[in-house]
Design a protein around this ligand. Sequence first.
Ligand code: SAM
Length: 216
Amino acid sequence: MRLKNVPGSREAVAASEFAINDPAALKGLWAEEAFKNTNPIHIEVGMGKGKFISQLAALHPEINYIGIEKYSSVLIRAIEKMEKDPLPNLRFIRMDAEDIEDVFAKDEISRIYLNFSDPWPKDRHAKRRLPSRRFLERFANILSDEGTIEFKTDNRVLFEFALEEIEPAGWKLLASTFDLHNDEKLSEGNIMTEYEEKFSAIGNPICKYIIAKNNA
Ligand code: SAM
């Protein structure tokens, strides 16, 4: 994705009460320390400006949400929104998801959302794709046994790659569609992300899968 540098965003993210600066210090303690409750935790990896996760958090006060984003120039937009309309059950981390196992303990997370993840089209960059087996291994180490990953994209090539990664990575497919907005069941309660709005507006069908760890 093309990134516009926002001067001062790194400092503003670091100074915000809504962004966690030392996330590894909360490993295994997120619910009790960051949210002061025992509610389940759902995360979005690569949340961009945070439209999707903010809407979810407003709708589900019984869930704790954490948005993860690599770039402060993007994350700052979510933080500005939270400063206007704070939500007690939403926090952000500026980090590369490669290090996710340093930040969350085994079983600490109940659901992972991947929305319109960067496609990294070159073969040699396949391991950087968030639905790749390398990332699925990391996610398996933080997700509870009943937990799920929900992945949406308009990029058919990336989606087909993601489908092929499921089994070799030790996961199982629970549901999938190549046209989410025309899938009665899977579109129920769907919250559109920023990219989803943009790409569905130009006629791109949206693909979605839901996967779980294969504990059999
Ligand atoms: N999820 C949002 C949406 O659907 O509107 C944003 C999609 S945007 C194409 C992908 C986002 O993922 C970018 O903001 C990018 O910086 C972030 N991202 C990509 N790889 C990441 C990683 N390894 N760790 C954290 N964020 C990442």
